[in-house]
Ligand binder design. Structure first.
Ligand code: HAM
Length: 374
């Protein structure tokens, strides 16, 4: 499945896949990526029969036998999305928009850059491929050994060789984006237009080819300058023929995967605080126990971190415990509050206090959470 899906002349399949025979003599591979597997599940379960457009996401470990270095591991984690059923350019743009939102929300958007390219289709790529091979043959003697091998088998890959010496040789190479057929040209124009509508910044990088052979038309990659040679934080593209190649109907698809290890490394680089949640301490007494537990339950059911004093001590000792626990807010449920149908909220950071009507408490706490704490 991976050989057919990703392509047998790709580095992933040729050099990096962990393949072995199990005790029953069956050939197994540790999955190097998720797309081919999702496509197989889609075909096997005939998921196309229930909906014209299907959107999936996945998260999990992947395995590639690469040389380990900063940001490059033999086991790493990807989170990915795949959309099946539409070849409309707006889908390409929306998919990239979701990816850029993930980087935004992770607080690293200024450390990454979106590169886009069009890789053409089975109509226009073969002619371009010939042009490229003849250009590369004229540069052959100056290319690295890997590129000499790629030249006939997978010439497009020569364009994104990381070696400076090869980069210098291909600066004048013919480019796919200058050789697109009218349909691919229009598709690429529309994708760029929709990206502008979505407010997503991008750069056209005609040398970006991606390491998997299933792509047609749109290919994209978010890169960074902060992770040494492992500069791709996530990438993807359109793969309209893949479902058919793997034995399913002719349904188009597009998707991407983000390298979670690299994303986290960037967040650490920028010291982005993750998982910081508001902590609420409920102060109540023996005579207001019912109200206290009711409120604890209500806040917890809203997924708000809520704690209280198991000893149900005096007001003073409960405040001390609230302080020690690192709570951001204390809510006092005393007999006076109970009688008046209110709660007293104390901001534990600056000591200010206010009263709030009982029925408004959840909203109040949610507002505080949504603006990122107090
Ligand atoms: P990929 O570019 O091979 O695409 O991998 C996606 C991301 O996984 C990379 O940008 C990188 O962040 C991360 N990654 C890859 N290899 C390693 C490694 N050895 N160590 C750490 N992180 C790594 C795919 O896998 C396609 N399946 C994406 C896709 C989905 N295209 C369409 N749908």
């Amino acid at each position: 499945m991976f050989k057919r899906g990703i392509g047998d002349t790709t580095d992933i399949v040729e050099k990096e896949m962990f393949v072995f025979d199990d005790k029953g003599g069956e050939k197994l591979a540790l999955r190097p990526e998720g797309t081919a597997s999702i496509v197989r599940a889609y075909i096997e379960n005939k998921l196309y029969s229930s909906s014209n457009l299907s959107k999936y996401y996945y998260y999990g470990p992947m395995f590639r036998r690469e040389r380990p270095q900063k940001g490059r591991f033999r086991q790493f984690t990807q989170v990915g999305v795949e959309v099946f059923g539409s070849n409309a350019p707006a889908v390409d743009a929306e998919v990239m928009k979701t990816m850029s939102e993930i980087f935004d929300k992770s607080g690293i958007s200024n450390l990454v850059k979106l590169n886009i390219n069009s890789l053409g289709c089975p109509d226009c790529r073969p002619d371009y491929r010939k042009k490229l091979i003849s250009f590369l043959n004229s540069k052959r003697k100056n290319l690295c050994e890997d590129c000499k091998n790629r030249l006939e088998k997978n010439p497009l890959r020569v364009l994104d060789c990381k070696l400076e010496s090869c980069k210098a040789e291909v600066v004048d190479a013919p480019l796919m984006i200058d050789n697109l057929c009218p349909t691919c040209f229009e598709h690429f124009e529309d994708v760029k237009g929709f990206l502008n509508h979505f407010g997503v910044n991008y750069e056209i990088n005609p040398f970006m080819v991606r390491g998997l052979d299933y792509y047609v038309r749109t290919a994209f990659e978010f890169t960074t300058d902060f992770l040494g040679a492992s500069n791709a934080v996530g990438g993807g593209g359109r793969y309209d023929g893949l479902i058919k190649t793997l034995g399913g109907p002719d349904i188009p698809g597009i998707g991407y995967a983000i390298g979670v290890d690299r994303l986290v490394a960037l967040m650490m680089e920028k010291k982005v605080e993750i998982g910081k949640r508001l902590k609420v301490f409920i102060i109540f007494f023996k005579d207001t126990m019912e109200d206290g537990f009711y409120l604890i339950d209500k806040l917890r059911s809203e997924n708000i971190t809520t704690i209280f004093d198991y000893e149900i001590g005096s007001l003073k000792s409960q405040f001390k415990k609230a302080d020690k626990s690192g709570a951001d807010i204390a809510i006092i449920v005393g007999s006076d509050e109970k009688e008046r149908g209110i709660y007293t909220i104390k901001n534990m950071r600056n000591g200010t206090q206010k009263e709030i009507k009982k029925e408004l408490i959840i909203n109040e706490i949610k507002n505080i959470t949504s603006i990122g704490g107090i």
